[in-house]
Design a protein. Structure first.
Length: 212
């Protein structure tokens, strides 16, 4: 059986897009081969920079942290819901219902909004669709353990209440944001989303890959 592995992760680098109000990562040359005989970088970055995972502790007092999840929960079957051709303002329940049969055997729903192709431009932060309240409520009852998107957030950036985050976190789900290369994926695939092993992590950068 032939298997193809696709990287869904943006590189962490200086000048990369970050959520408004978040400081950009700093990668310093702490040691060099010429001076010290070896190369080493000093990294300074927020826990939600780049392609990353959000845990319930990101917004819920006493919420679950990423390090409390067994690592096997970061791997499973995924369904890609591609809404990129439609340029929706909201992803409604009726938009998700066609994927219901596939989600019965899946652990992750991945939303392709089309904003992943805008990475690195000002347009990346504006106008991307998010789940409506009804769609989010339906999703948490579907049995999946994670929701991913190629946008900067699973909530619209102009909604300070973060209703989608709140709904999925209260149900114990986690989020994956800033995914890349979703245009290369079929509707069904295997997903691995492995966060940095940080203690008490409200979130963490992750290497996310698809197996087809």
């Amino acid at each position: 059986m032939n298997m193809k592995i696709i990287d869904l992760t943006h590189w962490i680098e200086a000048g990369m897009p970050v959520y408004p109000g978040t400081a950009a990562p700093v990668l310093e040359e702490a040691n060099t081969i010429a001076r010290d005989g070896f190369a080493e970088k000093k990294l300074s970055l927020y826990s939600h920079v780049g392609t990353h995972m959000d845990a319930p502790a990101h917004m819920l007092p006493g919420g679950r942290t990423l390090d409390s999840y067994p690592v096997d929960l970061f791997w499973g079957r995924a369904v890609l819901a591609d809404f990129s051709p439609r340029r929706l303002e909201w992803i409604e329940l009726e938009d998700l219902l066609p994927f219901a049969p596939l989600l019965q055997a899946a652990q992750f729903l991945i939303l392709r909004t089309g904003w992943g192709e805008r990475w690195g431009t000002p347009a990346y932060f504006e106008g991307f669709p998010a789940l409506s309240a009804g769609a989010a409520d339906w999703l948490v009852k579907s049995g999946v353990r994670g929701l991913g998107t190629d946008a900067i957030s699973i909530d619209r950036i102009d909604d300070p209440a973060f209703p989608v985050h709140q709904r999925i976190f209260e149900a114990g789900l986690f989020a994956i944001e800033n995914l890349a290369n979703l245009h290369l994926l079929p509707v069904e695939f295997s997903l691995g989303c492995f966060p940095l092993a940080i203690r008490d992590a409200d979130g963490a950068p992750a290497r996310v890959v698809a197996w087809i």
